[in-house]
Design a protein around this ligand. Structure first.
Ligand SMILES: NC(=O)c1ccc[n+]([C@@H]2O[C@H](COP(=O)([O-])OP(=O)(O)OC[C@H]3O[C@@H](n4cnc5c(N)ncnc54)[C@H](OP(=O)(O)O)[C@@H]3O)[C@@H](O)[C@H]2O)c1
Length: 302
């Protein structure tokens, strides 16, 4: 298919393709950055798509791409009533990972204490709100006052911890006096150790991402407090969104229902212009983004 890219999904893991040498999967010089996008089909030799369709697919940081429709998530048509930005944000891989991480990996029970790192980011902001809808007590960890303010006033979480402005350990003790039932980790590193230390009996840790490590070129030590998993019969499990591919329609329907009813909000951080895509990736690594980092390239043609 020849497609016009409309909105780009910017993800922290894209930095790995810049760091790794080409023989280890890194991006060869001159190649476009691969990534997910919502796009409009201009020409298609794939029977299930036609000119004019708006799709969500593996594409690249280009105005126009030629794609085969295959990828981590094979190309799909964006459902009627879903905007191209929502399709790459809360209803894209970001939302799928948040939904299945909470519902399937964490297997929550109402009333449990749920802590999430990078809580005001793309995945974190959806995970925090889904956990609230499911009746959990939600504490978000995020960098900066503005993010914490958003979590408390817009996302409706029960507590927010600014990891740039205070002592995370003592704030966790204050806000989770009985410990943590579920930790949804987008970051890894020191915060994972703090959560392990406070894990309650039969607690669960959802390993979604390790943003703190993506730019490290030397190996970092593993979690120090993993023994706590033994002491509390805990479980720490990796989450791969693509494992749930066959169930994505179920997650899209649930999230869209909650978005339409106002129970959750899709927070988007929009950078305009393809030329600003590298800066948008930089925002994820410096923690400037509030909500899902997107790049708008164009509107669809009528
Ligand atoms: N498992 C899967 O299938 C899957 C799929 C998609 C995404 N993911 C992972 O999910 C995580 C979230 O992705 P996203 O797209 O929603 O990104 P995001 O959370 O919106 O953006 C990254 C955030 O990470 C925090 N951060 C950045 N550098 C950091 C550092 N050195 N140490 C600690 N925190 C740092 C910042 O938040 P603060 O300012 O709040 O610290 C930043 O805003 C990523 O790790 C991503 O790789 C996993």
């Amino acid at each position: 298919m020849l497609v016009r890219n409309l909105w780009l999904d910017v993800a922290p893991t894209q930095v790995l393709t810049l760091i790794a040498p080409p023989e280890e999967g890194g991006l060869p010089p001159g190649a476009p950055m691969p990534g997910y996008a919502s796009s409009q089909v201009l020409e298609s030799r794939i029977p299930r798509f036609s000119r004019g369709d708006i799709i969500y697919a593996s594409s690249g940081w280009e105005d126009y791409s030629v794609i085969d429709g295959k990828g981590y998530w094979d190309a799909t048509k964006v459902s009627p009533g879903v905007s191209p930005n929502l399709a790459v944000g809360a209803l894209g891989i970001t939302g799928m990972v948040a939904y299945f991480g909470v519902t399937e990996v964490a297997k929550p029970r109402p009333g449990e204490t749920f802590v999430v790192s990078a809580a005001a980011g793309g995945v974190g902001s959806v995970a925090a709100q889904v956990a609230k809808v499911l009746g959990l007590r939600v504490i978000g960890i995020a960098g900066g006052k503005e993010k914490c303010e958003w979590l408390l006033t817009e996302a409706g979480v029960d507590g927010a911890i600014d990891h740039r402005g205070g002592n995370v350990a003592s704030r966790l003790d204050e806000l989770c006096p009985k410990g943590i039932d579920i930790f949804f980790d987008n970051v890894g590193g020191a915060v994972l150790d703090l959560a392990l230390e406070r894990l309650r009996p039969h607690g669960r840790i959802v390993l979604c991402g390790t943003t703190a490590r993506y730019r490290q070129t030397t190996s970092a030590p593993g979690p120090l407090n993993y023994w706590q998993l033994i002491m509390v019969n805990g479980r720490m499990e990796g989450l791969l969104g693509r494992d749930y591919f066959d169930r994505f329609p179920e997650a899209i329907a649930a999230l869209k229902g909650w978005l339409d009813s106002g129970q959750i909000k899709a927070k988007e951080d929009v950078v305009v212009g393809l030329e600003n895509a590298p800066a948008a990736l930089g925002r994820l690594l410096s923690g400037e983004n509030l909500g899902k980092q997107l790049v708008k390239i164009a509107d669809p043609s009528p």
